[in-house]
Design a protein around this ligand. Structure first.
Ligand code: V47
Length: 377
């Protein structure tokens, strides 16, 4: 017998249609394998189209992972290296600048910068890297350093979050990527990355960034040792911060890739789990404008399908990605603009090039402007 308070797809549908917020229990219900995935997807699609119409965003971007040497040993990470491991590397200023030049030559609007926490490199190295790139390529938006890296900079310098962020903004930081969130709940976080910034700290860092006028993204790493309770808890913590600040732009659910990690015995999440997580994220995060299907980790077919399960963004052309490819991702290293637009059109959506802050981009080859800038002359 169904108790009066127990969620059903029908009661959830009524709430979604009325634009009402879903509860923790409703989030858990949507994750039940016996709850029809196509119907959950249809509800997520309703929200997606209400917020973004038929548009699907992409950008022309590149990744920079300036070192893989890291003091932390997160068990889900295949990218990190010890200092003396032959795999360990640290990029020189010349190599970093060459990447900036390559990005600008390709017409990229954004460079996504994250890496390891190298025990021999001080905060100044991380800061100078931003300053170097910003000075040489001022139009390239630098989306750099996760909450975990920023926490490390605070520990190194003894500065507050605000002081570190203000210093990085002065150097040319444009926004924060969503990494390092993993799973917030301590039952899981303490097992997969016990030493690094905890949930409260990650949230505080993003709150401070938003207060300083920086926009940021948020992620969730799923498909390892967590369960639906931990995932819904994660989404609700993000929703609460977004209610407070409105500073998040995009949420990116990240499917765990087990190869070469300390959790290699775990099977990677199925396509159905990927689609359900996309849809539940869209439904629970009612105050986020965008949900990203990161094609690099989902694979191209699932990312295209996700455009009918709540996602409205495919990320970008993505050059030089290492974190997923080290963990066994078999997707290409980059997509051309033609490829990405074709994938979106095949899914029946309208491709829209955006910059990092979701301004529409108008371009002629590698030369670009935002539509806003063109309209105001
Ligand atoms: O925090 C690491 C994840 C994140 C693995 O902001 C793994 O636009 C799966 O945050 N399997 C970094 N995931 C990447 C990231 C990101 C990606 C795309 C766009 C944006 C954005 C941010 O990658 C880490 C961790 O959660 N990760 N190892 C792995 N084996």
């Amino acid at each position: 017998m169904i108790r009066a308070s127990e969620p059903t797809l029908e009661t959830i549908r009524q709430k979604v249609e009325a634009g009402e917020r879903l509860s923790f229990d409703e989030g858990l219900y949507l994750y039940r394998p016996d709850v029809s995935l196509p119907e959950v997807g249809e509800l997520a699609n309703l929200v997606r189209e209400r917020k973004n119409g038929n548009r699907t965003y992409y950008n022309i971007n590149t990744h920079l992972n300036p070192t893989n040497v890291c003091v932390y040993r997160c068990i889900f990470c295949a990218f990190r290296s010890d200092l003396r491991d032959p795999k360990g590397y640290l990029m020189s200023d010349e190599q970093i600048l060459a990447r900036g030049q390559e990005a600008v030559d390709c017409g990229a609007t954004e460079m996504h910068i994250v890496g390891g926490l190298h025990h021999q490199m001080k905060y100044d190295w991380y800061r100078n890297l931003v300053a170097l790139l910003h000075k040489a390529y001022p139009r390239l938006h630098l989306k750099a350093w996760t909450g975990v890296e920023l926490d490390w900079f605070c520990r190194q310098t003894g500065w507050s979050i605000r002081e570190v962020l203000e210093d990085l903004i002065a150097a040319g930081l444009g926004s924060l990527p969503g990494g390092g969130a993993e799973i917030f709940h301590p039952e899981v976080r303490d097992k997969i990355c016990e030493h690094k910034a905890d949930a409260g700290r990650w949230i505080d860092i993003h709150r401070t960034a938003h207060q300083l006028g920086l926009r940021s993204n948020a992620t969730m790493l799923y498909g390892h040792i967590e369960n639906a309770f931990h995932r819904v808890d994660h989404l609700i913590r993000l929703r609460e911060l977004q209610d407070e600040t409105g500073g998040f732009q995009t949420f990116i659910p990240l499917a765990f890739h087990p190869e070469n990690t300390g959790l290699a015995q775990i099977k990677k999440p199925s396509g159905l789990m990927d689609l359900r997580t996309m849809a539940v994220s869209r439904l629970m995060l009612d105050n986020f404008d965008h949900i990203k299907a990161y094609w690099i980790m989902l694979g191209i077919g699932t990312a295209q399908t996700a455009l009918a399960y709540g996602a409205d963004d495919l990320d970008g052309t993505v050059r030089h990605e290492l974190i997923y490819h080290d963990a066994g991702a078999t997707t290409p290293e980059a997509l051309s603009v033609e490829d990405i637009r074709r994938l979106i059109e095949e899914a029946g959506r309208e491709p829209v090039e955006r910059d990092t802050l979701y301004h529409r981009v108008v371009r002629d080859g590698s030369h670009w402007e935002t539509a806003e800038a063109l309209a105001t002359g």
